[in-house]
Write a protein that binds this ligand. Structure first.
Ligand SMILES: C[S@@+](CC[C@H](N)C(=O)[O-])C[C@H]1O[C@@H](n2cnc3c(N)ncnc32)[C@H](O)[C@@H]1O
Length: 204
């Protein structure tokens, strides 16, 4: 996905972030304050590129170990084909991502760690948004929500991908069980947004 040729979920996320964070006052989403966003699960960096390109104020933490997964790990057992990439394949992906986001300079920070380890190094209440798109198993999504929910500031956005996607049936159940179905907004392209942290900006 080139930053100009994007997928439905990316557009949905961008416009939800703009409205929920009150960035909509300028058509280019330029705001004076820096935004701190976290993407859990980066893969080839398509979404990262799209967000960095379209949100000039964004500093993005891109969390993904980008290394072979243990065959006994939950993610591997979950069956995502990315979990079977070997060293050579991940090295290629790493290089591809580095190249894809190079335009953003220090605004893009790649963190080659598991989500749980990265969360341990982030203070509570500092993130403007966290987008959960890593380990799509039931346990993986529950764990990511539990670890990253406290990191979102009041008025920020906790959200993720693949809610209702028939190819990832565990995600919807995990998000509902963790946050309560009544507290969720479901967007286009299988996105989900937790209402708990978001305060809608009247000016947006
Ligand atoms: C669906 S892809 C991410 C897609 C990306 N967000 C996008 O929109 O282009 C899932 C990624 O999650 C990563 N992943 C799996 N388990 C993880 C974990 N525990 N912590 C961080 N990343 C994980 C995988 O390596 C894989 O690259």
């Amino acid at each position: 996905m080139d930053s100009r040729i994007c997928r439905v979920y990316a557009i949905d996320l961008l416009y939800n972030l703009a409205s929920r964070l009150g960035l909509g006052k300028r058509p280019d989403f330029r705001v004076d304050e820096t935004l701190l966003g976290v993407e859990i699960g980066v893969d080839r960096g398509w979404l990262s590129e799209y967000l960095l390109h379209n949100l000039p104020a964004l500093n993005l933490m891109m969390v993904d170990p980008m290394m072979p997964f243990d065959p006994s790990s939950r993610y591997h057992q979950g069956g995502d084909s990315r979990s079977r990439r070997d060293d050579r394949k991940w090295n290629r992906v790493r290089a591809e991502v580095r190249n894809r986001i190079s335009f953003a300079g220090s605004r893009a920070k790649q963190i080659f760690q598991f989500s749980a380890d990265a969360a341990g190094e982030v203070a509570d209440g500092v993130c403007d948004f966290v987008f959960i798109d890593g380990d799509h198993t039931y346990g993986g999504v529950c764990e990511d929500i539990a670890m990253w929910k406290p990191k979102v500031r009041p008025g920020g956005v906790l959200c993720g991908h693949d809610y209702g996607n028939p190819r990832c049936p565990d995600v919807e159940r995990a998000v509902n069980d963790s946050l309560g179905k009544a507290n969720l907004d479901v967007g286009m392209g299988y996105t989900w947004y937790w209402r708990g942290a978001t305060i809608y900006s009247e000016a947006a």
